[in-house]
Ligand binder design. Structure first.
Ligand SMILES: [Fe+2]
Length: 289
């Protein structure tokens, strides 16, 4: 290997992993090494540019914390998260369309439990809305006891983990569907926001002349025994950024209207008073193959 050249280095590296016994790992690493080398050759990557990339990755690592994942944000803004989702989560008939997890998902204690019909608004300002629907099989049968994890931003555009003035767990909850597969909660209408650009990903977006805006949305992660987990988002259909999402997460079936509740009777049916908007959405889950 002492006579390795720019022409032979790729083969030399690939030979070192030829004995890898795990076939999928060998396939992935062979392809990754080959594409990385081809990329470096194609752009004739300089030492300074390589070092800038190493420093970028180091800063992405330093910026990543429990409640902010800069690696996911980098993946999101480069369209890799959307590509992986689109490759493997093709909605079949009756199953809901998936979308991105995003950098602000928190698994654990800050996801407080909420009963069906519970209130997420608390002392948040914003347009009140009731969100309701069912979790079902692809055939429309109710799935009782499905777990919905729900999170969204506040009127200032920030998630609770970004804004110290918010109470821990603000606008985040976990809810289990009732025996008819129903879920329902009151919240405020989410607002469009910029993904964090005070970190290395933001520096990259600015260097590329890109904006950081996402159209307003509510995040859902839905799990039930015997079904594939569903990660998705419901988007405000008339948002100004609906066709310019900085992380490429918008899918047509996930656009929802926030229509005004028109009568006391309709409000009562959803457990609220007049003055609320209404969003209804049913999530079909795919059975585990
Ligand atoms: Fe989000």
């Amino acid at each position: 290997m002492r006579n390795v050249t720019a022409d032979t280095i790729t083969e030399a590296v690939l030979r070192t992993i030829a004995d890898t016994t795990e076939p999928r790992l060998r396939q992935i690493m062979t392809s990754l090494i080959s594409h990385l080398h081809a990329f470096a050759r194609e752009v004739e990557l300089t030492s300074d540019e390589w070092m800038a990339a190493m420093e970028f990755l180091a800063r992405v690592g330093e910026t990543t914390q429990t409640d902010r994942n800069e690696f996911i944000l980098a993946s999101d803004t480069l369209g890799v998260s959307a590509l992986v989702d689109l490759l493997h989560n093709r909605a079949s008939d009756g199953a809901a369309t998936s979308s991105l997890l995003g950098p602000f998902y928190i698994n654990g204690e800050r996801m407080r439990s909420l009963e069906v019909g519970g209130d997420l608004i608390g002392d948040n300002e914003g347009e009140p809305v009731v969100v309701a629907g069912r979790v079902t099989t692809p055939q429309g049968a109710p799935i009782a006891g499905a777990c919905l994890e729900i999170w969204q931003n506040a009127a200032n555009g920030q998630y609770e983990s970004e804004a110290p003035e918010h109470a821990p767990g603000n606008l985040r909850c976990k809810m289990f569907t009732d025996d008819q597969g129903r879920y329902r909660f009151t919240t405020i209408k989410p607002v469009a926001y910029t993904v964090p650009y005070d970190g290395p990903v933001g520096t990259m977006l600015q260097a590329l002349g890109r904006h950081a805006w996402r159209p307003a949305h509510i995040h859902f992660r839905i799990t039930a025994v015997g079904y594939r987990p569903l990660v998705t988002e419901l988007f405000v259909a008339d948002d100004a950024y609906i066709d310019a999402d900085a992380v490429f997460g918008v899918r047509e079936p996930l656009l929802v209207d926030f229509r005004r509740i028109e009568s006391p009777q309709e409000a009562a049916a959803y457990g609220v008073t007049e003055g609320y908007a209404l969003v209804t959405y049913d999530f079909g889950l795919q059975p585990v193959a």
